[in-house]
Design a protein. Structure first.
Length: 281
């Protein structure tokens, strides 16, 4: 009986040894084991949050000119074109009645309070309808056209500051059948009969975008001077120069200035619109 139990134990020990595990109760048998690192999952641990950072340091945009500008439409939501559409000017879309303000310190140069535009004639000088031009202290001429109204105080020679109200946005002139907007153009001073110059020579949208975003010293003066030097003080009209009556509404290769009338004493008493001032050098 004892020999039978011993045989069974011996067989079990041999089987355990072959499988690499120690046999229980067998003297002299041992097996190596690899310890397993104990892992534990913390319970109730609070999430660690980083401390709050310091507020950002606001750095004003660099001053790039001695002049200060403002966006020419104030107090209203606006959108405007950023590409060339026939003339180097832009259309600033805004609600009728929004304030048109002087974009820079300067002097009112031309004022037109009467909308003379007619689709039957489509005369070039009339296309902006009611308008005001400002000769800035930077030497640049700014035009705001398609106005609904011109403020009564606005007269040629009036000194203005950037942000001073000059009129209200509308759709006079050839914008009669469009949404209300401001025709905005940048050029240089020229006699009134060279009306195509005031309609726009310098692309305005890079400057509008800078003024709108807070860089109020970004100036068109250098670009204006370079362009005037290249084209001359009184370049000929090349686009939208004629009228419906002359068949040149789409342009003219050899435009002629509109003749400047000789003023008389009676005409001086009943001064027609637009009211203009003499050329400023």
């Amino acid at each position: 009986m004892r020999s039978g139990r011993l045989a069974v134990l011996t067989g079990a020990a041999c089987l355990a040894a072959a499988c690499g595990a120690p046999a229980a109760g067998v003297t002299g048998m041992s097996a190596s084991t690899t310890p397993v690192a104990a892992t534990s999952t913390p319970t109730g641990a609070e999430e660690i949050s980083p401390p709050p950072g310091d507020p950002p340091v606001l750095i004003p945009p660099p001053k790039v000119s001695p002049y200060t500008y403002v966006f020419p439409v104030q107090g209203c939501k606006v959108s405007y074109r950023r590409k060339l559409l026939v003339l180097p000017k832009t259309t600033i879309w805004a609600k009728k009645g929004c304030a048109f303000v002087s974009p820079v310190d300067g002097e009112v140069r031309e004022v037109n309070t009467t909308d003379r535009w007619s689709p039957a004639t489509d005369r070039g000088p009339d296309r902006e309808g009611r308008f005001v031009t400002i000769l800035g202290v930077d030497g640049v001429l700014y035009l705001g056209g398609h106005l609904d109204t011109v403020d009564p105080k606005v007269r040629p020679g009036l000194k203005v500051k950037a942000g001073d109200r000059l009129g209200t946005v509308g759709n006079s002139g050839n914008a009669r059948n469009t949404a209300s907007n401001l025709y905005f153009a940048i050029s240089w001073p020229a006699p009134p009969e060279y009306w195509w110059i005031r309609r726009g020579m310098v692309k305005p949208w890079p400057y509008l975008e800078a003024w709108e975003k807070g860089n109020r010293t970004y100036s068109p003066r250098e670009e204006m001077l370079a362009l005037r030097k290249r084209l001359g003080n009184l370049p000929p009209c090349t686009k939208l120069c004629g009228s419906a009556q002359t068949g040149g509404g789409g342009g003219s290769s050899r435009p002629q200035p509109t003749p400047r009338p000789t003023p008389t004493k009676k005409a001086a008493k009943k001064s027609p619109e637009p009211v203009v001032i003499d050329d400023v050098n």
